[in-house]
Design a protein around this ligand. Structure first.
Ligand code: GTP
Ligand code: MG
Length: 602
């Protein structure tokens, strides 16, 4: 993942351009509109200058006023007309910028969401949710702002400056040069400013992500906060993150304040130079009064772009820091994906699963968690996995749907190595009830039918019955239409487990994996579920992870794991006879059996 953070296939501007597909011509029209708008800005000072020269201060001013009054009206009318035209152009181009920026936002947002959906488990353990959310919201907004505002301001500033400079040079190049010679200093100052402010924007963006992560973790963990009465601590923690963000924001703003007086002084120097040098030129007769009026009416068109530079650079740096984060996601590729010639397998699997000398280590872990695991589960068999907490049970079953890839060895389904199968086909055939139950904020029916929304209501009820959930669901006021809160709030632990089991069953999987699925269910309900599972009417190889002997004793094969190694395997009887770890647990959970053994009763 980390390698993706450095080099992207495209630079940020090329990347933006790519995402303007379909709207590029429109955007270009918007840019032309901005240029036109700024050229039109020159018309007012130009016509004002003309009016002054022709009708106020020129040699024939009085005659012109009497004889050519129609020309005066035409000039005034042209000024009003151009003003209207300018308003229309600026309105149109603003609409275009907004349309294109929203289209880029929409496109990238969807693309990122698609990318997120396809990421693997390692990705999700690397990135924090708050950080990912920031990329989808704040960072994307900075990208939108670049298209809608920053580019517009750049075009506006440069076209205004260029148009005014050309007009100045054309009207009186000597005076123009005296005024313009000051401007390169501003560019130098902006360059210095950029170097100072760029790292601050990168830091600012990190602080924002930290603050969002803090809020997100706190909201989703609100029950733990309340249970431990840690509200004050959490408020303080958020306050620290908020202060940190606010301080960095302020510090970033302060950087411009250091450069601002210099830029402002330079910008203010321009009218002074114009006043002094222009005055001398006029006294010497090298400049007409009208030209002087046009010059002073336009001096802002040279000075304002200078003033805007700081703002533009600031926003550009914000875009730069944010786009880096967005592009990191945009160009990220999951390590676990379909191979080039992945095998399609839309039909059901027979269900033979082989682990062939499989070892595994988490990418971010220091030590292997599974060592040389070999076993075969035959079609329709039930394989139970037991072992102390942290011994690697979940890690082992996570390799079957390819959530992770083994570091050594191979896993085969019906003789096909899992990595050669299309991920979609592989996972579509695996029903998984995870250890950490996550239900969606949806109805109970919606949750059960999550993996296959084409199933009918009577089937939803059937699977709820298999998982011993039908009873408690029918007692709820709204039955299957009961809305469960985020993460299944409103249901007990055992109820959540049973809905998650029904959800796994409802896809009629060829391989069913139950990771600690009945741990929160009472023994009676558990044995009811087991009897139901035996009767499900589709062939299914089942993996059960459990610590209760009652859950696993009827399995065709029991694997006992210890620190990532299979230390015992066999049926219940075989393992009891072996008198090893399994037997110890068995006698511990069944004291009567232990007593009978002591008494020599078989
Ligand atoms: P219980 O569910 O508690 O019964 O344990 P388990 O047997 O399912 O253990 P699991 O397979 O979850 O973990 C095996 C080992 O891998 C433990 O030492 C964990 O600390 C470690 N582990 C689990 N998940 C991760 C992970 O995402 N990253 C890293 N680096 N280590 C992990
Ligand atoms: Mg586990």
């Amino acid at each position: 993942m980390k390698s993706n953070t450095k080099q992207f296939p495209k630079n940020k501007i090329a990347w933006l351009w790519e995402n303007m597909e379909g709207k590029r011509a429109l955007y270009f029209v918007g840019i032309l509109g901005t240029v036109l708008y700024n050229i039109l800005q020159l018309t007012i000072p130009y016509f004002s200058g003309k009016i002054v020269d022709l009708f106020l201060t020129g040699e024939n001013a009085a005659t012109n006023l009497q004889v050519h009054r129609d020309l005066l009206y035409r000039l005034l009318f042209a000024m009003v007309g151009f003003t209207f035209l300018r308003v229309i152009v600026v309105y149109g181009s603003c609409m275009i910028y907004e349309t294109v920026s929203q289209s880029v936002l929409y496109r990238v947002r969807n693309y990122l969401y698609d990318k997120l959906q396809r990421q693997d488990m390692t990705f999700y353990s690397t990135y924090r949710t708050g950080d990912l959310m920031t990329r989808q919201t704040g960072d994307l907004d900075a990208v939108r702002h670049m298209v809608a505002w920053v580019v517009r301001m750049v075009v506006e500033s440069f076209s205004l400056f260029a148009a005014a400079a050309v007009f100045f040079l054309y009207t009186n190049w000597k005076l123009a040069l005296c005024v313009l010679v000051i401007s390169p200093f501003v560019f130098w100052i902006i360059y210095l400013f950029r170097n100072r402010v760029a790292p601050m924007h990168a830091a600012l963006r990190e602080k924002l992500a930290q603050m969002n992560t803090c809020a997100q973790e706190n909201i989703s963990g609100n029950r733990v906060v309340k249970a431990f009465a840690r509200e004050d601590y959490e408020i303080e923690k958020f306050d620290r993150a908020n202060t940190d963000y606010a301080e960095t924001n302020k510090a970033t703003g302060m950087v411009w304040l250091k450069f601002f007086p210099i830029v402002e002084s330079i910008a203010n120097l321009m009218p002074v130079v114009l006043l002094a040098v222009g005055g001398v030129f006029m006294i010497r007769g090298q400049l007409t009064m009208g030209d002087y009026v046009a010059f002073s009416g336009l001096i802002w068109a040279i000075a304002n772009p200078m003033r805007q530079m700081g703002n533009i650079m600031n926003e550009f740096q914000r875009f730069s820091a944010a786009s880096k984060k967005v592009m990191e996601l945009y160009y990220s590729e999951p390590k676990i994906r379909d191979e080039e010639n992945a095998v399609s397998h839309p039909e059901r699997f027979e269900g033979k699963i082989e682990f062939d000398n499989v070892s595994f280590q988490y990418e971010d872990g220091d030590l292997p968690v599974l060592h040389n695991i070999s076993f075969t589960a035959h079609p329709n068999e039930t394989v139970a996995i037991m072992g102390e907490t942290g011994c690697g049970k979940t890690s082992l079953i996570n390799l079957i749907p390819r959530f992770y890839e083994p570091t050594e060895g191979q896993i085969r389904i019906d003789g096909i190595p899992v990595e050669q199968l299309k991920l979609y086909d592989l996972r579509k055939q695996i029903g998984l009830a995870t250890q950490d139950v996550l239900l969606y904020s949806d109805t109970i029916e919606g949750n059960i039918a999550y993996g296959d929304d084409s199933i009918k209501m009577n089937e939803v009820v059937k699977f709820a019955r298999y998982s011993a959930a039908a009873d408690f669901i029918s007692k709820m006021p709204e039955g299957y239409d009961t809305l469960v809160g985020e993460r299944g709030v409103g249901l007990s632990g055992g109820q959540k487990q049973r809905i998650s089991l029904a959800r796994a069953l409802a896809i009629r999987p060829s391989v069913l994996i139950l990771d600690d699925t009945t741990s929160a269910v009472d023994m009676e309900t558990e044995s009811y579920i087991q009897r139901q599972l035996e009767n499900i009417n589709h062939a299914c190889t089942t993996f059960i992870i459990a610590y209760r002997i009652s859950s696993i004793k009827d399995a065709d094969k029991i694997l006992v794991l210890d620190q990532g190694r299979i230390i015992e395997q066999g049926t219940h009887e075989e393992l009891v006879a072996k008198n090893g770890y399994y037997a110890t647990v068995y006698y511990h959970q069944y004291p009567m059996a232990a007593k009978m053994r002591e008494q020599g009763v078989k």
